[in-house]
Ligand binder design. Sequence first.
Ligand code: UDP
Ligand code: MG
Length: 304
Amino acid sequence: MISLICPIYNEEESIESFLIHIKKLIDCHNLQLELLFIDDGSSDHSLKVLINAKKENDNIRIIRFSRNFGKEAALTAGLNFAKGAAVIPIDVDLQDPPQVIVQLIEKWNAGYQIVLAKRSDRKKDSFLKRITANFFYSIHNKLADHKIPANVGDFRLMDRRVVEEINKLPERQRFMKGLFSWVGFNSTTITYSRAERNNGTSKFSFWKLWNFAIEGITSFSTIPLKIWSYIGAIVAVISFIYGIFIIFLTLFSGVEVPGYSSLMVVILFLGGIQLIGIGVLGEYIGRIYLETKARPLFIIDKEY
Ligand code: UDP
Ligand code: MG
């Protein structure tokens, strides 16, 4: 049996057509699938739709969170509760095409423990999203110790061995894409063309994605922290040289009083640099604070 993990946040319009596609797939390829829906505190009728669907399909399981904890928490819960010999996180908005599951399973049967589904292009994304996504992957992979494959989302197949290892990770700041690749194991990639959302709107605003990107970088790299020693050293060396220059200038050509603009520029520039440094520190300290509180990642209201 293979588990599909489907995080749900206000997807009442998408669930039914998703189930129709999955049913077709099961009939066509004689698959044994478990459908594990994580209702991430939806405020629409998603839960009702799921409960109704469960009446007709006994391969459906539903976990209802007590509130919205975010997709990463929903995926974590899914990995904890999935029973399948392999696990596939998949969105219900049909952006991850269900027919790709067959290819994922084929590669898994060929012996790969992880099968990544990489989108062939980003033509369907807006210009801004394309640029920022590329920028994120290049920055992240320059800074992080463990690279994440570009343009691969959460949609992938993971063998039970891999899932067990991910479940052992204790951290609360969960950038799943990073964790998925951090655990290693032998993997292969297939490509697919990502469809447009069939219903509803994306749950990720630009601001949410920005924070997600920072989460990804701070979870897997300490370079932004360490870089400040070097920036400080460089600025100190430059200041020292400039200081000597000024001393000699004063000695040989007397006190030069006008200097308002140069002073202003230096003070503001260094003030800005220092604030950025403190801000980066703050990002990490905030995360240490959250980790030490060790609150649960999610709270389950009910299991169906
Ligand atoms: N999702 C979730 N919790 C959230 C936000 C999103 O469980 O807080 C789910 C959502 O229901 C969907 C999946 O995560 O099944 C991907 O979300 P979406 O399609 O909005 O993201 P996009 O495809 O635009 O990146
Ligand atoms: Mg989507």
